[in-house]
Design a protein around this ligand. Structure first.
Ligand code: ADP
Ligand code: MG
Length: 571
């Protein structure tokens, strides 16, 4: 500590570059070690990164708080949140030019994800923080740096990273809530369900850009219709009752503004665990559920979309379909086939974001436009084959077409935000009023290609330098290319996007993308490596673990690969 103080004194008022002396150095404080992983080049550049490391002899987290993977993820997440709260209390923030004075941790949102911000092991607690080392203009403010590093950081550590200083019951609740969700998600499989929504869950959010729950005063809590009610038995909460969504084909119907999309969005995000108080902390979805939507304008590289699209004008091939600018329907077809290739087990679709001509083609239109003039086989004619041939279930929001009653196993009607099981009614309507439309789907679903991404089609460099950067959660700059993830709706955290960019680079560097491995195998290999080495492995810089990664699902890594505009594959 004294040594650091001396250095700061010495470089006070010098040019900003003098901070670089700190990079790679470790300083011993009474309660912890402080490592300087990375020092920024100037006060406007990306922040510096430090790690504080405490011995468990002092931190004293009971083994039970991190004794399995789920607990350890939940504990790390919890401590990250506490750090974020305490930073806001303890650290003064702005002191000088640019980011000077800033202290930050990679703060999570409503989901509990595996992150690289905090790591608790049997031996130690490590937390990674981002700092704006202070300067006025380009001159080092040594005194201010001293305040940050020798006063603020130690009191932050004291208040956030010692078990003794934490309130016990919210910590335990956080861990147990996460553990229960994983347990319930596993129970789905045994019970032939693909989703579960506990009674009393709060599904609506404050707004499109605010994922916190609508207040209990404004929100109608969810209650299962009696016929769909099931019980799950997570270890901590005990018996939980709620609506089970069975495998097969489920429709969510109902009038406009009655809560259909809100229900689907809750299911989309419940592939992840939610924090206590979120309202969705007892909502769980099959972990391999994938949101499918139309995404016109996206690029598609050699996808077999013949299950849905055939006979395009001018004889364009659809068994290995390429497009730099796919249409609504072709992009939706490609999203499904790519999803299946990457291992999706449940498809989630909303009419609000689907191409109409992809979803339906009614009897009258069949009469007017002959089949050989219509390239599209609508989803309604393939959805049952998806289940019978591939075991892939679908949950579909569709208020606009009763034709789907013919193919549905379960029909849930949202009525003033309340779900009703109308499966029987829908079935009798379907038999009383025949649609008279012709089935167009053929005998079998069709083939899902195993495409092999070619490494030479990836260039992580811009000029001579590797350049991989994420912009918000919606885009990755990969070399000269921009990967647009705006429509990949199950990326829920910008730190997942960051991890995806660096994981793709990792997979290239490590020859996992070797030109011979099919995409699904690439994803499996990345997963296996992540299990062994942790998220830190994604860091492109040796000896600089990044404190701002969150774990993406393989399905979203695949989504990013598929959206790289230069991607080439062999089939
Ligand atoms: P739909 O898809 O049926 O047209 P939405 O799901 O978009 O309807 O919901 C319409 C509005 O109602 C949204 O503003 C949403 O936040 C709100 N809402 C949805 N579910 C609830 C609920 N359970 N309680 C209160 N408001 C809700
Ligand atoms: Mg809607």
């Amino acid at each position: 500590m004294e040594k650091l103080k001396k250095i700061l004194n010495r470089i006070d008022n010098k040019g900003y570059k003098a901070y670089k002396d700190l990079q790679g150095q470790t300083f011993n404080f009474p309660d912890f070690d402080l490592d300087f992983y990375y020092i920024q080049g100037d006060p406007f550049a990306g922040p510096s990164q430090i790690a504080v490391k405490l011995d468990q002899k002092g931190a004293r987290f009971p083994a039970a708080t991190f004794s399995n993977r789920v607990r350890s993820i939940a504990l790390n997440d919890y401590l990250t949140r506490i750090l974020d709260q305490k930073i806001k209390k303890i650290c003064r923030g702005r002191r000088g030019t640019g980011k000077s004075g800033m202290v930050a941790v990679d703060a999570p949102g409503q989901e509990i994800l595996e992150r690289s911000s905090v790591r608790v092991t049997p031996a130690q607690v490590e937390a990674r923080l981002f700092l704006g080392l202070p300067a006025r203009g380009r001159k080092i403010l040594g005194r201010q740096a001293e305040e940050m590093l020798l006063e603020e950081i130690p009191s932050l550590v004291k208040s956030a990273l010692f078990f003794q200083s934490l309130e016990r019951s919210p910590l335990v609740n956080h861990i147990q809530t996460a553990e229960d969700q994983v347990f319930m998600r596993n129970e789905l499989e045994e019970k032939d369900l693909i989703a579960f929504i506990a009674n009393d869950s709060i599904l609506p959010r404050r707004s499109g850009i605010d994922q916190r729950p609508l207040s209990r005063r404004e929100a109608m809590p969810f209650h299962s219709p009696p016929s769909l009610e099931v019980e799950l038995n997570p270890p901590h909460a005990g018996t939980v009752k709620g609506m089970g969504v069975p495998r097969g084909i489920t429709l969510i119907v109902g009038g406009g503004y009655h809560g259909k999309s809100t229900l689907l969005r809750a299911l989309e995000r419940s592939v992840y665990n939610h924090i206590p108080g979120d309202g969705r902390e007892q909502v769980v979805t099959n972990p391999e559920s994938l949101k499918i939507r139309a995404e016109d304008g996206r690029r598609v590289e050699k996808v077999n979309i013949t299950p849905f699209i055939n006979n395009l004008p001018y004889g364009q091939d659809t068994s290995s379909f390429c497009s730099d600018e796919a249409s609504g329907s072709t992009s939706q077809a490609a999203n499904i086939l790519e999803g299946l290739e990457a291992g999706a087990k449940v498809l989630l679709m909303d009419e609000d974001t689907s191409a109409t001509n992809f979803m339906i083609r009614d009897m009258r239109m069949q009469k007017l436009v002959a089949k050989n003039k219509e390239p599209i086989t609508p989803f309604i004619d393939k959805v049952q084959q998806l289940y019978s041939d591939l075991g892939v279930s679908t949950i579909l929001v569709i208020g606009g077409s009763g034709d789907y009653f013919d193919v549905a196993d379960t029909v849930i009607m949202m009525d003033e935000y309340k779900p009703r099981d109308v499966s029987q009614e829908a079935r009798s309507i379907a038999s009383d009023y025949k649609t008279l439309r012709q089935k167009e789907g053929g005998e079998a679903f069709g083939e899902v290609l195993k495409r092999k991404p070619q490494p030479r089609s990836f260039n992580p460099r811009k000029g001579k330098k590797v350049k991989i950067k994420s912009r918000s959660d919606e885009a990755i700059q990969f070399g000269r290319e921009n990967i647009n993830l705006h429509n990949v709706e199950q990326i829920v955290d910008p730190s997942q996007t960051r991890a995806i960019g660096d994981l793709i680079f990792f997979a290239l560097k490590e020859n996992i993308i070797d030109g011979n491995k099919p995409l699904a195998e690439i994803l499996k290999t990345i997963e296996k490596e992540l299990e062994e080495k942790g998220l830190e492995m994604a860091s492109p810089f040796p000896n600089q673990p990044q404190g701002n990664y969150a774990r993406p699902r393989p399905l979203e890594i695949a989504a990013a690969l598929n959206r790289l505009r230069t991607l080439q594959v062999r089939v």
